[in-house]
Write a protein that binds this ligand. Structure first.
Ligand SMILES: C[S@@+](CC[C@H](N)C(=O)[O-])C[C@H]1O[C@@H](n2cnc3c(N)ncnc32)[C@H](O)[C@@H]1O
Length: 223
């Protein structure tokens, strides 16, 4: 991905595939089960620190809206496909403010939120670095950023980036970016202190489990 126009075109294509994915039968039930089982325990723990007046933003919420799992607080849900999700799942989306836009420019004032959560979305975005900077901007001074993300072993991430850049006809359409534990730490470190790293899912049943992606959650504080 060389320039901004190319990045944006690549993202638009990924988003069209994402939109198709969420319209398939049975997808919502499978995906909400993943969200609840993997991220629910961490969200429940953080909920204990929150008050009814706490403001929570879910970035790249999809129709599954992990932010809804916080037991208290006033919730906002942001996703560029929000209008499509509202059409497809009119009864499943939770109550709360809905923002239909990319997170590279969040239409909120500085220091608006006590918590920003983003699960399984950063590697789908146009410019993850800009998004992290925006998340830091809208987070209050003592706020928490909860990042859920799939991480790949280094050789697989290298291969995926090579394919993405040099063999685009073989790339995985939905994920323009691929991270390892080391590369996500490096990226987060630009904007946040990582307070906790939790591996929330590891596939032990795969033929080569060590080559399979893992699902991680990072509890971050604003720097
Ligand atoms: C795999 S889905 C994850 C949805 C949900 N968080 C979950 O875990 O089920 C990725 C989501 O990221 C959203 N997304 C893609 N690019 C984005 C961007 N630039 N800003 C915010 N969200 C974005 C997509 O529209 C999609 O809903």
């Amino acid at each position: 991905m060389v320039n901004n126009k190319e990045k944006e075109n690549r993202w638009r294509y990924a988003q069209s595939k994402e939109d198709e994915f969420w319209k398939r039968n049975g997808v919502f039930d499978d995906q909400i089960a993943r969200v609840i089982s993997r991220y629910g325990p961490v969200i429940a723990e953080l909920s204990k620190e929150l008050k009814p007046e706490s403001n929570i933003l879910d970035v790249g919420c999809g129709p599954t809206c992990a932010g809804e799992l916080f037991s208290v607080g006033s919730k906002s849900f942001l996703d560029p496909l929000m209008d499509s999700y509202l059409n497809t799942y009119p009864e499943k989306l939770p109550e709360g403010e809905k923002l239909c836009c990319p997170a590279e420019s969040i239409p909120k004032e500085d220091e608006s939120f006590d918590v920003v959560i983003s699960v399984n979305a950063l590697d789908h975005m146009i410019n993850p670095v800009e998004v992290l900077s925006e998340i830091r901007r809208v987070l209050k001074k003592n706020g928490t950023f909860l990042l859920g993300i799939f991480l790949h072993p280094a050789p697989i991430a290298f291969l995926r980036r090579f394919v993405e850049n040099c063999l685009p006809f073989l790339r995985e359409d939905a994920h323009p970016y691929s991270y390892t534990l080391a590369s996500i730490r490096e990226l987060l470190d630009q904007y946040f202190d990582i307070a906790k790293e939790i591996r929330v899912y590891k596939k032990d049943s795969a033929l080569f489990p060590s080559l399979h992606r893992e699902d991680w959650m990072f509890v971050c504080r604003k720097k």
